[in-house]
Design a protein around this ligand. Structure first.
Ligand code: GDP
Length: 194
């Protein structure tokens, strides 16, 4: 798939604000600061479409980006950062659950994890929630460039064991080197145009 256009469409905190044009959607979820904005920008080949933040947990809206006029990339707010105020953290669950659990347009979820660390309890909570609801999801270990190549297999095995999936269902990614971009784009294309 060639990305011809990518534009910010809307930000939402509740379902009435989601786009109403019935296009397929692929959502991106991950802990604050995991590298989600960088991954989306890398995937879409847009340098600053999604704002990367040095202040974690700032984005608390669900942001919709229209791609090629055909589908949406949906940037979910990051979760699980200790410095995010309690009141903001409390909004995360209901806002994200009502999107993920009640959106007929949703075709799949890219769950972004840090290649350097085992999945966190919050990561596992979201992953298991998605699996319980049979929502198609793929885990992506990003910042792979920060892990020596010789340790990639160990990192992937550790994550796949903890998520309870085969090793080959998991992608390694780097927004720095663009490793994994083609594979992730293929997955997105398969979801939106099965
Ligand atoms: P977000 O909060 O999940 O959207 O994370 P960002 O995309 O803003 O990234 C957080 C920090 O990690 C930034 O300083 C990025 O430059 C850095 N980062 C993100 N992805 C990568 C990656 O693949 N490799 C490296 N080395 N750094 C990354």
């Amino acid at each position: 798939m060639v990305i011809k256009s990518a534009e910010f469409k809307t930000a939402a905190v509740r379902s009435g604000q989601y786009p109403d044009d019935h296009l397929p959607e692929v959502a991106f979820a991950g802990r604050s600061n995991v590298g989600k904005s960088s991954l989306i920008n890398c995937l879409l080949q847009r340098r600053k479409l999604v704002r990367t933040s040095r202040t974690p947990g700032q984005t608390q809206t669900i942001n919709f980006f229209l791609i090629n006029g055909l589908f949406y990339c949906v940037d979910l707010p990051g979760y699980g950062f200790a410095r995010v105020p309690m009141a903001v953290r409390a909004q995360w669950g209901p806002m994200v659950e009502s999107y993920l659990g009640g959106r007929p347009n949703l075709r799949g979820v890219v769950q972004i994890l840090d290649a350097r660390h085992p999945p966190s309890p919050d990561d596992l909570k979201l992953w298991n929630w998605l699996i319980d609801r049979k929502i198609p999801a793929v885990p992506v270990l990003t910042k792979a460039d920060k892990v020596p190549r010789t340790k990639w297999d160990a990192a992937a095995s550790r994550a796949s064991l903890s998520l309870g999936i085969p090793r080959d269902r998991l992608l390694l990614f780097s927004s720095e080197t663009r490793h994994g971009r083609d594979a992730l784009l293929l997955q997105v294309a398969a979801w939106i145009d099965p």
